[in-house]
Ligand binder design. Structure first.
Ligand code: GTP
Ligand code: MG
Length: 338
């Protein structure tokens, strides 16, 4: 079974948490991390916290192969640091065609008033490297001696696992409305961030994908510039306990209440088969740590059901805390698992 996990708003919906949970629950054979170092995924497991920019969140499943696909852009320094932090050297592999961001890309972005000011870019060199790739002058993983021992044919690995009937998870980054094509251009990231784009990054066709899980947070956050409907003033964000800091840049995230119109559009654009909603415990503190639907406070259940009706898509996963295990998994009762 191939599952693609994508963000439904502006990123930071908690894909890291959802992917780490699913990797363990579904015993995945491989986890593929798409995108680049401008997205930080938080994984909380076994009493530890990781903020990952290259290593797939599926690393928490010890038996999983960890793959970086041809469409990803990595940085070797970040990769080597995260390999040390997570201890996954030996089971992480990179496609020879994955792109590599170099110092000059970071410098080019730091010198850009457009990116720094108007767009509010994370200035990690991702856009500059992507543009070099389009111009066919970016150096790829195969060009770097220090990556030699880690190279593998990622599409080949993924298709072999699927043929063998194993579970594979593709971890998208950022969110639907940061997509270069479908987002709030020009306040977007330098790639398409929808489910089809991540399938393409990996090298699987639309017909290979079994489940598309679109992840929403219980409220909407956004870093950097661009429109955010219903944006709350800072003191109100604080009062509601919604203050978050960006994983990569440390900037305070702007916040607004859950947006059903945006959510509907994200479900449509990604062809979602399932929806995950994280941080339900921030709206309903009594939901904290709950793992069974029946034990969720009534107001929380009604809130989830209202959204489920409006989206016309099953809400199968409900986040009730930062830890990978703090989740209500309704897939079995909703007929998604045998
Ligand atoms: P991007 O690819 O950068 O968009 O990141 P992401 O979707 O992986 O999200 P990120 O980890 O950056 O931010 C989500 C934040 O919410 C992290 O601090 C998580 O630990 C936290 N989080 C995720 N799910 C839950 C949840 O159900 N409850 C609570 N309380 N926190 C959660
Ligand atoms: Mg993030």
């Amino acid at each position: 079974m191939l599952t693609v996990v994508v963000g439904g708003f502006f990123g930071d919906e908690g894909k890291g948490k959802v992917v780490s949970y699913l990797s363990i629950a579904d015993g995945v054979a491989a986890g593929i991390r798409c995108g680049s170092v401008n997205a930080g995924h938080t994984v909380v497991h076994g009493g530890r916290v990781w903020k990952l920019r290259v290593v797939p969140s599926a690393f928490v499943r010890k038996e999983a192969k960890l793959l970086i696909p041809p469409g990803a852009l990595i940085r070797t320094d970040v990769l080597l640091r995260e390999l040390r932090e997570t201890g996954v050297a030996g089971r992480l592999f990179i496609d020879p065609q994955a792109g590599v961001i170099e110092g000059k890309h970071v410098e080019a972005e730091r010198a850009s008033e457009h990116l720094k000011g108007k767009v509010g870019s994370t200035l990690q060199g991702v856009g500059a490297a992507a543009s070099d790739r389009v111009l066919r002058r970016l150096r790829l993983a195969r060009d770097f001696e220090e990556l030699k021992g880690m190279l593998t044919d990622v599409p080949g690995e993924v298709h072999a696992a699927l043929r063998a009937g194993l579970n594979v998870i593709i971890e998208g980054t950022q969110g639907t409305f940061l997509s270069l094509y479908h987002g709030t251009y020009p306040y977007v990231t330098s790639r398409d961030t929808t489910a089809s784009a991540f399938a393409s990054e990996v090298g699987v066709g639309p017909k290979d994908v079994d489940e598309v899980v679109v992840v929403f947070k219980a409220y909407v956050t956004r870093v950097g510039g661009g429109p955010l409907a219903g944006e709350l003033p800072e003191d109100e964000v604080l009062r509601r306990g919604w203050v978050e800091r960006a994983t990569v840049t440390g900037r305070v995230r702007r916040a607004a209440p859950f947006n059903i119109e945006l959510a509907r559009r994200a479900v449509m654009i990604n062809s979602a088969t399932q929806v995950a909603i994280t941080k339900v415990d921030t709206l309903f503190p009594e939901a904290s740590g709950v793992r069974e639907w029946g034990k969720l406070p009534k107001e929380a259940r009604e809130w989830v059901e209202r959204i489920e009706d409006a989206l016309n898509t099953p809400i199968t996963l409900i986040g009730t805390g930062p830890e990978a295990e703090s989740i209500i998994d309704r897939r079995r009762e909703l007929g998604f698992l045998k």
